[in-house]
Design a protein around this ligand. Structure first.
Ligand SMILES: Nc1ncnc2c1ncn2[C@@H]1O[C@H](COP(=O)(O)OP(=O)(O)OP(=O)(O)O)[C@@H](O)[C@H]1O
Length: 177
């Protein structure tokens, strides 16, 4: 536990070194410092005692010409970020549960009933716009605000049960419907 051992890489110097240990225990707090000339017995260019062996096959001798730094592409393993299969789409599960519940995959269009009534009970009023006699029914006042689709005006009923009732009329431009 807590110990790791450097991998032994056979080098040409190993043959010369004979039975000398080539695996260096690396204990935390007891790391050997590869300082040249630290010990009298340590040769300056020895790779047999190097605690961090070179990844190159010839024991640290670079196969590149002098002055050319090794490309990281040679030593770094290739990484593949692309997954072999794309993750499953959550839409498929939603579609499947909708199909199970309603018997068809497409959700029904239109507003969701808030009072618990079914769609058959009430039909969507698609009569946009106002009648020609809008002016006869309502008295349009000043603008009270604006939204994304149009603007809202004060109004008052002229006829029927809405007579003199304060109303708000939202005027939506046809281009945005
Ligand atoms: N009944 C109302 N009484 C008083 N003021 C209102 C009334 N309805 C709308 N307004 C005013 O008009 C403004 C715009 O309302 P409107 O409904 O046109 O826009 P919205 O709903 O915010 O946006 P969108 O056009 O995207 O629906 C509101 O912010 C509010 O100030």
């Amino acid at each position: 536990m807590g110990q790791c051992y450097g991998k032994t890489i056979p080098t040409g110097d190993d043959d010369k070194a004979g039975a000398e240990a080539t695996t260096v225990p690396a204990v935390e707090g007891d790391l050997p410092t590869p300082t040249p000339g630290r010990s009298k017995n340590t040769p300056a260019q020895s790779s047999a005692r190097n605690p961090w062996p070179s990844p190159y096959p010839h024991g640290g001798a670079s196969p590149l010409p002098v002055g050319v730094s090794p490309s990281p592409a040679r030593s770094t393993p290739r990484r593949f970020f692309k997954r072999p299969f794309p993750p499953p789409s959550p839409a498929k599960h939603i579609k499947a549960s909708l199909a199970r519940r309603f018997g068809h995959a497409k959700p029904r269009e239109g507003p969701i009933p808030e009072d618990g009534s079914t769609e058959a009970d009430q039909s969507l009023d698609k009569n946009f716009g106002y009648n020609n006699n809008f002016g006869a029914k309502y008295e349009l006042g000043k603008e009270v605000g604006r939204g994304h689709f149009g603007h809202t005006c004060q109004a008052k009923g002229r006829k029927g049960e809405l007579t003199d009732q304060p109303l708000a009329v939202k005027i939506i431009s046809k281009a945005k419907v």
